[in-house]
Design a protein around this ligand. Structure first.
Ligand code: ADP
Ligand code: MG
Ligand code: MG
Length: 255
């Protein structure tokens, strides 16, 4: 049983005009086996939250804490965070020309597991997971994400999830840009990993449709850089009906 705690997290992004505060006091605790949906309008800071936890250099945590079983995640290097069991599937996965998917995955697995996976076993494992995600075998030799369609990138993010076996997974808009079939395949991939492990999931999404496939235990509304309401999965139905209007600050009336 593991716990990921986010306490009064404030973070800024470095822009050309200087630092701009995006996260304004995020509080959230995720335990092993729980799935928390984070839902909010565009630009509310959801991706910033995922980057701040993962340790992206552009996002500076100015105050607050992120603890994994009481250990200070913010003091860890990006590699240490991965070894500690944190995984981030990015909203916009990066392309790495010249590095094959199979090399990339084996290097990542070696870093996370602390030793290189035995080759024969590894090849079998990758093949099996690729099969489940309906990824064609030729992708193994293609450069990481280069020329992949949006849906192909998302399937590869879930392939990484299945192979790296994190304790906590942050899935940032894994549903965006997926057609109905790809959404089902990707969701099944997440559900299989959930069933085979005690993973805690932070499922960031703008839309409710992925929640019909991956059932959240908790739903949090994220607006203006923090969580403004929390509830069970019925909260998602309410958002489906009414949108985020109620949570987005209205402009000041002219005096
Ligand atoms: P969401 O994921 O909820 O759509 P983001 O975290 O991507 O929101 O963005 C929150 C706010 O921070 C937006 O106003 C966005 O323009 C700004 N922002 C995020 N990253 C950067 C960046 N690298 N440079 C400048 N502004 C950024
Ligand atoms: Mg966005
Ligand atoms: Mg985002």
């Amino acid at each position: 049983m593991a716990t990921l705690e986010i306490k009064d997290l404030h973070a800024s992004v470095t822009t050309e005009e200087g630092a701009k505060e995006i996260l304004k006091g995020v509080n959230l605790t995720i335990k092993s086996g729980e799935t928390h949906a984070i839902m909010g309008p565009n630009g509310s800071g959801k991706s910033t939250l995922s980057y701040a936890i993962a340790g992206h250099p552009k996002y500076e945590v100015t105050s607050g804490e992120v603890l994994l079983d009481g250990e200070n995640v913010l003091e860890m290097s990006v590699d240490e965070r991965a070894r500690a069991g944190l995984f981030l599937a990015m909203q916009y996965p990066v392309e790495v020309p010249g590095v094959s998917m199979s090399n990339f995955l084996r290097t990542a697995a070696t870093a996370v597991r602390g030793e290189a996976p035995k080759l024969r076993h590894w090849v079998k494992e990758v093949k099996e997971e690729m099969g489940k995600l309906e990824i064609s075998h030729e992708f193994a030799e293609r450069s990481v994400n280069e020329g992949f369609s949006g849906g192909e990138k998302k399937r590869h993010e879930i392939l990484q999830l299945a192979l790296l076996k994190p304790k906590f997974a942050i899935l940032d808009e894994t549903d965006s840009g997926l057609d109905v079939d790809a959404l089902r395949i990707v969701s099944e991939g997440v559900n299989q990993y959930k069933a085979s492990s005690e993973v805690g999931v932070m499922l960031i999404t703008h839309y409710t449709r992925i929640l019909r496939h991956i059932t959240p235990d908790f739903v949090h509304v994220f607006a203006g850089g923090k969580i403004v309401e929390s509830g069970g999965k019925e909260l998602a139905d309410e958002l489906e009906e009414n949108g985020y209007v109620k949570y987005v600050g209205k402009p000041e009336p002219a005096s």
